[in-house]
Design a protein around this ligand. Structure first.
Ligand code: T3D
Length: 259
């Protein structure tokens, strides 16, 4: 069913792997369509607990496939953005479960910003992030101009976007761009540990946490306090809260159902 990605879901754990390694997993329209179809499946599954976004080959994603006819110079680049990139970024950020990116090698252009749209980015130490748009006369898209200043501050965002300078994973972690840089040979173990943790986590609570954090930078304190209150009211009636409190008082590990 899928050519440009691999996609599987088992026990609420979804794994979406970009699979155009000979093109450094750059986006063509087919890959966009296949990713969108995979996200349809995740969104429709009330038992979904975690999504892992990974990639095959030596790099994570080189952004837009510059050989694709949709981005021929002189054409309407905005059409591809509207049809594919913007919905993809919005859908990833709105998924009511943790979305993890596993980054090896280069993440460039929309590939970098795809990773940064995920909730937690784990990168091998040989990975790097490049706002490659500057090199071809474009503006950082896929949320780059929104996400970067929020993650690393205006000065660094400006420098990275204007120069397209490569940021190694260790520096990316140090500046707050990503969650964790790991030795390359420890990357899989760390990613799988996170996947296992989220597969057994109180998913609804994590979904509301993610949603609250994602709107916080554009909300007032009063709005954010009200949002926390309304989420807490909802979560206070959830099965996982009851289980969490019961497990605490019975001095045992909780068994969360995600709701
Ligand atoms: O409307 C719209 O859709 C606009 C949307 C824009 C979103 C964007 O993402 S714009 C930014 C597009 N991406 C780039 O500008 C990055 C271009 N690639 C590079 O700068 C370099 O390839 C990398 C820094 C990513 C990696 O360098 P390196 O030396 O590790 O690999 P390489 O040799 O350059 O690339 C390996 C192969 O992948 C090569 O193919 P070949 O020669 O072996 O047949 C290369 O052409 C191909 N490749 C790499 N990036 C792309 C690509 N092919 C098509 N599109 C690419 N973006």
């Amino acid at each position: 069913m899928y050519d440009t990605i691999q996609f599987e879901g088992l026990g609420g754990v979804y794994r979406l792997t970009l699979n155009r390694p000979d093109k450094l997993n750059s986006f063509n329209q087919q890959m966009h369509r296949e990713i969108a179809a995979a996200l349809d499946v995740v969104e429709a599954d009330p038992q979904a607990r975690v999504l892992l976004l990974a990639a095959n080959g030596r790099g994570f994603c080189a952004g837009q496939d510059l050989a694709d006819e949709s981005v021929t110079p002189g054409g309407d680049l905005g059409a591809t953005i509207e049809q594919y990139y913007n919905p993809l970024i919005v859908r990833l950020t709105r998924l009511p479960l943790p979305v993890i990116a596993r980054v090896q090698g280069v993440a460039a252009g929309a590939g970098a910003n795809l990773a940064l749209a995920c909730d937690m980015v784990f990168a091998g130490e040989s990975a790097s992030f490049i706002q490659a748009f500057a090199g071809i006369g474009l503006v950082p898209d896929s949320g780059g101009t929104w996400q970067l200043p929020r993650l690393v501050g205006q000065a660094r965002a400006m420098g990275l976007a204007l120069t397209g300078e490569r940021v190694k994973a260790q520096a990316a972690e140090a500046m707050g761009m990503i969650w964790r840089c790991l030795p390359d040979d420890a990357l899989d173990e760390a990613v799988e540990a996170a996947v296992a943790q989220f597969a057994a986590a109180p998913t609804l609570g994590l979904a509301r946490t993610k949603q609250a954090l994602r709107v916080s930078s554009t909300a007032t304190l009063e709005e954010q306090l009200a949002l926390e209150c309304s989420y807490q009211r909802e979560l206070g009636r959830s099965a996982d809260y009851a289980e969490g409190v019961a497990a605490f008082s019975e001095k045992r590990a909780p068994t969360f159902v995600g709701r």
